[in-house]
Design a protein around this ligand. Structure first.
Ligand SMILES: Nc1ncnc2c1ncn2[C@@H]1O[C@H](COP(=O)(O)OP(=O)(O)OP(=O)(O)O)[C@@H](O)[C@H]1O
Length: 323
């Protein structure tokens, strides 16, 4: 449906999008997740043909967004981060204007306006001035205009920013609903939002695509437990001696040692932490020492996000031409 190949964008000498490639299939909800300044809007602006790329390709249903903009753009409805709404218009007037600009007219235009008004739940405010609407309703009007022309892909840039909690829930529900009939791509810097709405997450950091998978797979792949915390009656020297014989321990940290008990953190590079915990139990039994408590520490998707977004850089590759 959408193919992005080696997309790169420089603003002067600043690398905002760094050789991003991915494929998007039809009928899913995709979330661009990244902190402020990660390059989400830049990528979306290029994908929708609103901004040129320094290099790389974007193809929508096989049509290159720069070589065949009309055919490619017909497939896309876009809600930019700052939608150009005409504040003195009513939603109805504004939708008529956008619909006509998209080449719709007559009964087909009327039918589509009715349909998007219904889908986005703005029937009750369709004749009010947009300037008098809440931010949540303005966002709905922005989504309604994106739906005109019946595009197969809807791209929404930070659609929940600046909304109150109730409006956020309503817009998230609307995005989920749209995902049943369209391919939806939306950006957010809120992990939990992307986690709950999306079928697939694209994590973007400092212009790089650092992960692309389903929320469940990201958890499985990236969040295998890699830390054991244990409390024992061995003193720190005995503890080190017992664990010397256990392979695959990358780090041992004694956190507390007071009176009878020692609390320690054990890290491993191995994926199979269950095998490691078994080896630890056997080593303690052989050393005639007691494990009072032993727990596996599992990270959260948030930990992965922080780790991935902190480890990428915006360094400019040697010999790269500036835009
Ligand atoms: N026109 C521009 N000229 C120079 N730098 C720009 C321009 N537009 C964006 N940038 C920079 O490019 C980087 C990526 O910006 P972009 O808006 O794509 O990020 P984002 O992930 O959408 O963040 P946000 O959520 O804050 O909009 C940022 O460091 C930003 O300051």
């Amino acid at each position: 449906m959408i193919s992005v190949e080696h997309l790169t964008k420089y603003y002067g000498s600043f690398l905002a999008v760094d050789d991003i490639s991915f494929e998007i299939d039809k009928g899913h909800v995709y979330g661009f997740l990244g902190p402020n300044g990660a390059g989400k809007s830049t990528t979306m602006n290029i994908m929708t043909g609103c901004l040129s790329a320094t290099s790389g390709h974007v193809r929508i249903d096989g049509h290159d967004i720069f070589d065949e903009p009309d055919k490619a753009k017909r497939q896309i409805g876009y809600l930019p981060e700052h939608p150009p709404l005409y504040m003195s218009d009513s939603p109805l007037e504004y939708l008529r204007f956008v619909g006509e600009a998209k080449g719709l007219h007559g009964t087909e235009l009327d039918r589509q306006i009715d349909e998007v008004i219904h889908k986005t739940g703005i029937a009750g405010v369709k004749n009010r001035r947009i300037s008098n609407l809440s931010k949540g309703y303005r966002q709905r009007v922005g989504i309604a205009q994106a739906l005109l022309g019946n595009p197969r892909v809807i791209i929404l840039d930070e659609p929940t920013v600046g909304l109150d909690p109730l409006q956020i829930i309503e817009i998230r529900d609307l995005i989920k609903e749209l995902g049943q009939t369209h391919t939806v791509i939306f950006s957010s810097h809120i992990l939990s939002e992307v986690q709950t709405i999306c079928d697939e997450i694209l994590m973007i950091s400092k212009g790089k695509l650092v992960a692309f998978d389903t929320p469940a797979n990201l958890e499985k792949k990236l969040l295998a437990p890699n830390e054991i915390r244990l409390t024992t009656d061995a003193n720190p020297d005995q503890l080190r001696h017992i664990l010397e014989k256990v392979p695959a321990i990358s780090r041992l940290t004694v956190e507390e040692s007071s009176g009878r008990w020692t609390v320690a953190r054990i890290n491993t590079d191995r994926r199979d932490i269950y095998e490691l915990s078994r080896a630890i139990y056997l080593a303690f039994a052989a050393g005639d020492k007691v494990i009072l408590e032993m727990a596996l520490k599992k990270g959260t998707l948030e930990d992965v996000f922080i780790e991935l977004t902190e480890s990428s850089t915006n360094e400019k590759p040697a010999g790269q031409k500036e835009a």
